[in-house]
Write a protein that binds this ligand. Structure first.
Ligand SMILES: Cc1ncc(C[n+]2csc(CCOP(=O)(O)OP(=O)(O)O)c2C)c(N)n1
Ligand SMILES: CC(=O)[C@@H](O)[C@H](O)COP(=O)(O)O
Ligand SMILES: [Mg+2]
Length: 643
């Protein structure tokens, strides 16, 4: 990696002389091919340096350095469209496409997004964050280009993990039957976030181990150099042997011309193959083999840890100490899961490819027979749980709120309609910080609330989270506990704490002027504000069923109700309360506070909350204004105060 040299300011900076001359892929294309290995070297260096400071996704980007260079060198981007899947591997792409000097701002408020984003650059052809969208989007672009009579290459780059999702196969299925030019590059590093799972992954491994065919082919090629007639004959024999030695690939069966596997770190081979692919008509799938974390030893050795990282020391690969106190909600879930499984042999746990992120590592080790990582397959995960519940086991699906969006109909049709006993541990509910809008869990309360028979809970602290998991698990029907990313207020967890009475909230402070009806993460800031405003605070606990008696009592006793939730205001928990009041014919002013009707970009969680007026200062302001308005104006019927 390039040396550190003192900058004018005396601070150590990294020198990347070649990268410094590349402001767009045109500059890259102007370089002789002989300089590309050095560009690759500098790219890796800059990538490690950047992410060691900002945090973010590292190992995947390191693995696609040569592929990224090759794509921008060989293809005429952005005229040719490169569509990245998930987009967590796109940092090298950002560096080469005019964003080098802003990499230090990655994932920070006002800075570069951690994912491709159409508004950020013309080279970001499709906004991503969620997995397995690339082939559909690329196919759509290819069809549009054909219809408009525009000739361009369209290339989807998808990982072996992302390929396991149903949506990727829906797209292959469609594309394979069409008269269309489309390139799919399969970036196979034999890793998802965790080691990949499933039969597709086994199929890819078999393709990679088809060494016999590959070495026969390579050996014969060099042997026949200078003997053209014989080479043609052997070429035909080779096709015949290919069929005999290697079963045809899944992709060929789906109508794709399969090319590869090639070594994705051999720049010469990457460039040569991309040039060949560029001229080919029809649908082709190029199988590129890479190594997650390539070129940075700590990441190569620990690709799971270095998938997504907090800032670390680039020399040693050691992480900076976290200042956070207490366990994350994810950890609380993980230990509840293990404790419950130890007592109840009926418990099974399901994750759609998020074992570590969802806190299930310990469970997977201790109860491997009852642990099901289904790959990036949220829809399948939920319906699989439904099937299990039909047969008397007790499934717990741990899923990120934003990924549960994928499985909405499965939740409606397969779980709730049949009132099946499935517990959903919905992590990352609310704003998630640096991953930004793609990963924010802003909608789960709105989309789950209309479902009959679903119990929905939101804990105010760590202990309540455990109690709610117990409550949901013991409830004989569908139940969901939604908790946020990160740590809570630091309440000690009592493993023996009882389940909660369903549909009962809790008054946590008594006041006179206003009642604050808070859900989940909003209880703590509501309590902080309450002192100053002489407010009653209720920890509502249940979004469904709502605590009717508590709400009506609060409405009787106070001149103003304030609902607070870390979910979009549209159709969320506050709306549930106003619906109930309307249904009961109760007229009381209600101020609804929650997430706004717009996407909230990457920043820290605290910055995002402040931006949405959901930090202590923001809540205090909104409530004070509402109280002032109420005190100066004559009361009206039907008052709903805007937040
Ligand atoms: C719908 C959805 N589910 C889960 C995730 C979380 N996720 C992000 S990257 C990833 C693994 C992707 O593996 P692969 O496509 O092989 O890419 P690699 O990291 O190996 O380069 C997962 C599960 C996601 N982004 N989107
Ligand atoms: C790219 C992706 O989808 C995941 O890697 C995600 O960024 C993980 O987020 P957490 O850090 O919240 O687990
Ligand atoms: Mg992979």
């Amino acid at each position: 990696m390039p040396d550190r040299t003192p900058s004018d300011s005396g601070a150590a900076v990294l020198r990347h002389p070649l990268l410094a001359s590349i402001d767009s892929p045109s500059d890259l294309r102007a370089l002789p091919e002989s300089q590309l290995p050095e560009v690759a070297h500098e790219l890796r260096s800059l990538l490690v340096d950047t992410v060691s400071r900002t945090g973010g996704h590292l190992a995947a980007g390191l693995g696609v350095v040569e592929l990224t260079l090759g794509l921008h060198y060989v293809f005429d981007t952005p005229e040719d469209r490169v569509v990245w899947d998930v987009g967590h591997q796109a940092y090298p792409h950002k560096i080469l496409t005019g964003r080098r000097d802003r990499m230090h701002s990655l994932r920070q408020k006002g800075g570069l997004s951690g994912f491709p984003k159409r508004g950020e650059s013309a080279y970001d052809t499709f906004g991503v964050g969620h997995s397995s969208t690339s082939i559909s989007a690329a196919l759509g672009m290819a069809i549009a280009a054909k219809q408009r009579g525009e000739r361009r290459n369209v290339i989807a780059v998808i990982g072996d993990g992302a390929l396991g999702a149903g949506m990727a196969f829906e797209a292959l299925n469609h594309a394979g039957s069409m008269d269309i030019d489309l390139t799919v590059i399969l970036n196979d590093n034999e890793m998802s976030i965790s080691p990949p799972v499933g039969a597709i992954s086994n199929h890819l491994a078999r393709l990679l181990s088809g060494k016999l065919y590959t070495s026969m082919r390579e050996g014969s090629k060099s042997a026949l150099r200078g003997m053209p007639q014989l080479r043609e004959l052997v070429g035909r024999w080779e096709e015949h042997m290919k069929g005999m030695v290697m079963p045809s690939t899944l992709f060929e069966e789906l109508g794709f011309n399969y090319i590869g596997p090639i070594d994705g770190h051999d720049l010469e081979s990457v460039l040569k193959t991309l040039r060949n692919v560029k001229g080919m008509p029809g649908q082709r799938l190029l199988h590129v083999v890479t190594h997650k974390g390539h070129g940075y030893e700590p990441a190569e050795g620990q690709p799971v840890t270095f998938h997504g990282v907090t800032p670390f020391d680039r020399q040693t690969g050691e992480f900076r100490k976290s200042k956070a106190k207490g366990p994350t909600y994810t950890k609380v879930f993980g230990s509840w899961l293990c404790d419950t499984a130890a007592r109840d042999p009926r418990l099974v746990a399901i994750t759609p490819a998020m074992c570590e992120g969802s806190g299930m590592g310990e469970f997977a080790k201790r109860f491997p027979q009852r642990f099901h990582d289904v790959g990036i397959a949220e829809q399948h995960a939920v319906t699989l749980a439904a099937g299990m519940a039909c047969e008397g086991v007790k499934p717990v699906v741990a899923i990120y709120s934003s990924f549960l969006q994928r499985a909405f109909d499965q939740l409606v049709h397969d779980v709730c309609l049949q009132q099946l006993d499935v517990t959903l541990a919905v992590d990352r509910g609310g704003l998630v910080g640096a991953d930004g809008a793609t990963h924010a869990g802003c909608f789960d309360l709105s989309f789950s609330r209309p479902l009959p028979d679903l119990v929905i809970m939101a804990p105010a602290d760590e202990n309540e989270c455990r109690q709610m998991l117990k409550t949901g698990y013991e409830f004989n029907g569908p139940a969901m506990v939604r908790y946020p990313r990160g740590v809570g207020p630091g309440v000690a967890v009592d493993p023996a704490a009882p389940a909660l009475p369903i549909g009962r909230g809790l008054r946590v402070r008594e006041g006179q002027r206003v009642a604050m009806l808070a859900f989940g993460t909003m209880v703590a800031p509501a309590l902080e504000v309450a002192e100053e405003l002489d407010a009653t605070v209720a920890n509502m606990r249940f979004v469904k069923p709502l605590d009717r008696e508590l709400i009506l009592a609060l409405a009787r006793e106070h001149a103003l109700l304030v609902t607070l939730e870390e979910n979009t205001l549209a159709g969320g928990a506050g709306s549930a309360i106003t619906e109930l009041l309307n249904a009961e014919g109760v007229v009381v002013p209600v101020l609804q506070l929650g997430l706004p009707d717009r996407n909230v970009d990457h920043a820290t969680q605290a910055e995002q909350l402040a931006e949405c007026g959901l930090d202590v200062a923001g809540i205090r302001d909104s409530v004070s204004r509402a109280l002032a308005a109420l005190e100066t104006k004559a009361p009206r019927r039907e008052q709903t105060l805007a937040g």
